[in-house]
Design a protein around this ligand. Sequence first.
Ligand SMILES: NC(=O)c1ccc[n+]([C@@H]2O[C@H](COP(=O)([O-])OP(=O)(O)OC[C@H]3O[C@@H](n4cnc5c(N)ncnc54)[C@H](OP(=O)(O)O)[C@@H]3O)[C@@H](O)[C@H]2O)c1
Length: 266
Amino acid sequence: MFIRVCLAGATGWAGSELARGIARSPDVSLVAAVARRHAGQVLGDVLQEPLLTSRVYGSAAEALATPCDVFVEYTTPDTAKANILTALEAGVHVVVGTSGLTEVDFDEIDAVARRQTRGVLACGNFALTVVLLQRFAEMAARLIPQWEIIDYAHDDKVDAPSGTARELAARLSRVRAPIATVPVEQTVGLPEARGATLASSQVHSVRLPGFVISAEIIFGMPDQKLTIRHDSGSSAVPYVDGALLAIRRVATLVGVHRGLETVLDL
Ligand SMILES: NC(=O)c1ccc[n+]([C@@H]2O[C@H](COP(=O)([O-])OP(=O)(O)OC[C@H]3O[C@@H](n4cnc5c(N)ncnc54)[C@H](OP(=O)(O)O)[C@@H]3O)[C@@H](O)[C@H]2O)c1
């Protein structure tokens, strides 16, 4: 028995590394891939990995004509929602790696997933070290009522805040809303300088050449502060094991679930 996967974004930075990871996994099989520029080609020829024999299709709808168990979304924020809904309507479980979806998008996806009794596991970051950042931040937020989030990324990242920052803010809002000594709307000068308010947290996104992806949360207390920070390296390798775990476990879920620890025993 193996899990049949359709991978959208299979030729991209993150998707191609996951495709190679699937090729090395005896219990997971890549049966279809989605990417526009290489549509019609064999994925293994594009990635120079002979074990990847599936075809590349130009759209999710075409790729989903090949029966599969799990659809993995790794394209762009503006394509992701339509792809996810197409997969759910086709009766397939979904793993979402793409960032940039909003809470409203997830509410809509959740309704369709529950109607279809299918699972959606959305992870803004599949790296184990980011899962730990989120868990440690939740622990700190129980004891420290004031914090702000900073996300750093390469200059050509189109979405902001990052998926990691969005997920972090959403998680911390379930612990408590942070207390602002001066509420943002009472800022003298430019309230925008205080960042975006996301699920009650202030989030600041830096987009500059020289950065890969980092997430930082600063907790402040009188005369002391705690900084928890994660830095990604330059390859997509750290995301592979987490994405494979999500692929293996998503069929145990119904509706939208956020974060890899949904399926981790932490
Ligand atoms: N969750 C995580 O751990 C994690 C890790 C890394 C990245 N990400 C997120 O994953 C997403 C992809 O990142 P990336 O760096 O891999 O991007 P990328 O290198 O630009 O790859 C995007 C992939 O999607 C395909 N694509 C784009 N638009 C498409 C469309 N309309 N229809 C079909 N295929 C389309 C591209 O191929 P064509 O252009 O040929 O269509 C390519 O294969 C981003 O949102 C990123 O933030 C998440």
